[in-house]
Design a protein. Structure first.
Ligand SMILES: Cc1ncc(COP(=O)(O)O)c(C=O)c1O
Length: 381
């Protein structure tokens, strides 16, 4: 069931129908071995040698994600940041990359703290302004353009096709962090990206009980290098987490649909609330990325939105303390809804305005979520 004969939702629900040949079990098995015995000729019995290189359960999860992303191959890591760090290890001294000014702060921190030390040059650009990109690319030197769409925490939308064209015209490749838009809505490789990255900790896992990262590759030109670096860094996903991830992927499409429907309902409900100056959600027609999102996110606008609370930031901080259904925690994409005061979490150097609250919408009753936010806003300030 790896090919396109069946729809992605079917392939995900049945985890590619990898039925256990021996027992007939319809749910995936789990392999926890760290080492694999050789045969009488002292050859590996299959291709497995040592757990740090991967194993059967990790490969099963990789095949499910590769199928959903329409990738030549997917590699899984112990966290999203482990995947990003492995990819960045492929860069060499003197290479240049373009990275967004507004993006997930962990990736940004890596670039701030480690890129210069490695002799990698970074140009920060405004991904909300597509015309800005081509001008700053350096043919021959720029190796990658990094985009994040929708981008934390403003949910700016990047036109992937246009970004890929700009990158390719300059001889560079496109790395797309699509953590907030999994393949239930967006297939970035089909739109021209060369690598699509997911923090699989989020929607793919979906239950806030694992950390994982996925790199899905358009072709296999970097596959061996990335696999070998992953092994050297010791950053492969473990068997149990891979199994949890497969379990999460099987319900990705229904969780996604539910989160999208509720997020849109919340965005519309609070759009004109007197204590809010703005609701940032790509599903709202007034969001600057709405038209592009509508064209490229075919399965819905997602479960992430941000509220801009009026005042100096103290009211926003209070709202995050006063919710009772929304949990005050970082992360996103799980079945439980989360609220986060991003500035407080990212620290004083954060460019996120103190008025911003980031919401990750789960699968709870939409009425409970709306009532909870309403009471927290009433109480605050
Ligand atoms: C957009 C984005 N990219 C990357 C990451 C890093 O992933 P992880 O926390 O799994 O290392 C995150 C985590 O929040 C994220 O939101």
């Amino acid at each position: 069931m790896k090919n396109d004969r069946y729809a992605p939702a079917t392939r995900a629900a049945q985890a590619l129908r990898m039925i256990n040949e021996v027992t007939g079990a319809v749910t995936p098995g789990i392999e926890l071995a760290s080492t694999f015995a050789r045969d009488d000729a002292y050859e590996p019995r299959q291709r497995y040698i040592y757990g740090r290189d991967g194993g059967p359960t990790v490969e099963h999860a990789e095949e499910v994600i590769a199928s959903l992303d329409n990738a030549a191959a997917t590699l899984l890591f112990a966290s999203g940041m482990a995947g990003i760090a492995c990819w960045l290890e492929t860069l060499e001294r003197g290479d240049h990359i373009a990275a967004p000014q507004v993006m997930y702060h962990g990736g940004q921190t890596w670039l701030h703290r480690i890129a210069a030390r490695r002799g990698i040059e970074v140009t920060w650009y405004d991904q909300a302004d597509p015309s800005a990109l081509s001008a700053l690319l350096r043919p021959g030197q720029t190796k990658w353009v990094w985009i994040e769409t929708p981008a934390n925490p403003s949910w700016d939308i990047v036109d992937i096709t246009a970004a890929a064209e700009a990158a390719h015209d300059a001889g560079a490749r496109l790395f797309a962090d699509c953590t907030a838009a999994p393949p239930s809505t967006l297939r970035a490789l089909d739109l021209g990206a060369d690598i699509v990255f997911h923090s699989a900790t989020k929607y793919m896992g979906g239950h806030s009980d694992l950390t994982a990262g996925a790199l899905s590759l358009r072709d296999d030109s970097l596959l061996d290098e990335l696999r070998s670096i992953r092994s050297l860094l010791g950053s492969v996903l473990a068997g149990f987490e891979a199994w949890l991830l497969i379990r999460g992927l099987r319900t990705l499409f229904v969780r996604w649909d539910r989160a999208c429907t509720t997020a849109l309902a919340i965005a519309e409900h609070f759009q004109r609330h007197p204590k809010l100056s703005r609701v940032l959600y790509p599903g709202l027609p007034d969001h600057p990325g709405h038209a592009v999102a509508k064209a490229q996110m075919v399965g819905g606008f997602g479960g992430m939105l941000s509220l801009m609370v009026v005042g100096d930031g103290s009211i926003a901080h209070d709202v995050a303390r006063f919710t009772r259904v929304f949990l005050p925690a970082t992360s996103l994409g799980g079945v439980e809804s989360l609220i986060e005061h991003r500035k407080a979490v990212e620290g004083p150097h954060s460019v996120v305005p103190p008025q911003l609250l980031r919401l990750s919408i789960g699968i709870e009753d939409p009425g409970d979520l709306i009532a909870d936010l309403a009471q927290a806003l009433d109480r605050a300030g």
